[in-house]
Design a protein around this ligand. Structure first.
Ligand code: CA
Length: 226
């Protein structure tokens, strides 16, 4: 298990290295402060996961992401500063699989990493069907009728859980556990961002969702539109 951290803030790099050292000592953490060098390392080191800061000294994180996605689908988590939700949305659009806001807690970081790694290992899951939606949880391939929709790894986790519990309300806490293997403060806000992105992909009018309904203060439910 190899982790590549592309981040110019030494304190953050140290915090990430320490988190792995304590809780996941088999993982090898390598890092670089420059975006361009980071892209090269994805090619030469073949990491299992990339943790990418958006504000780098040479080229910005979006550009790094764009270059990585030309040749690699390595799971990538972007690091953002709380309050920059537009950066998160842009990052997910440009091919990031998940995001984490600084400052973060060790458990939160590792939960996200593990969730993306877990998704890499093939499982026995069968195709899920719901109305016009057909999802293969193993590959993350979603068909809506004839239309193919690209999901991030995290969106795939969320939709898989919603489809398995279709017609029922799933709580924020249950959903966070299914997606990240852990529930922690802040998970509800993250879910909100990913759910919004999912709605933009599957709802006709994302502001008036018909599939993924919000149960205020509780969670979400997947329903059949009338
Ligand atoms: Ca930075």
């Amino acid at each position: 298990m190899k982790v590549l951290v592309i981040e110019d803030d030494k304190e953050i790099v140290d915090a990430i290295s320490l988190a792995f050292q304590i809780r996941w000592p088999e993982a090898k953490v390598i890092s670089n402060r420059l975006g361009q060098k980071g892209v090269e390392l994805v090619e030469t080191e073949q990491p299992d996961i990339v943790i990418l800061d958006l504000g780098l000294p040479d080229i910005n994180g979006f550009e790094v992401l764009r270059q990585i996605r030309r040749f690699s689908s390595v799971p990538t988590i972007i690091l953002t500063v709380r309050s920059d939700e537009s950066d998160v949305v842009k990052g997910l659009e440009w091919g990031a699989d998940d995001y984490i806001t600084k400052p973060f807690r060790q458990l939160e970081l590792l939960a996200r990493v593990k969730s993306l790694i877990r998704r890499q290992s093939p499982s026995e899951e069968t195709l899920l069907n719901f109305g016009p939606l057909k999802l293969d949880p193993v590959t993350g391939q979603l068909m809506m009728g004839e239309k193919e929709i690209a999901l991030t790894v995290t969106e795939n986790h969320i939709l898989t859980f919603l489809m398995k519990n279709a017609g029922h309300v799933v709580t924020h806490s249950n959903l966070a556990e299914a997606v990240w293997g852990d529930d922690y403060p802040g998970a509800t806000d993250s879910l909100k961002v990913h759910i919004r992105r999912l709605r933009e992909k599957i709802e006709k009018d994302p502001s008036k969702p018909k599939y993924i309904l919000t149960k205020t203060g509780v969670g979400y439910s997947l329903t059949k539109p009338e």
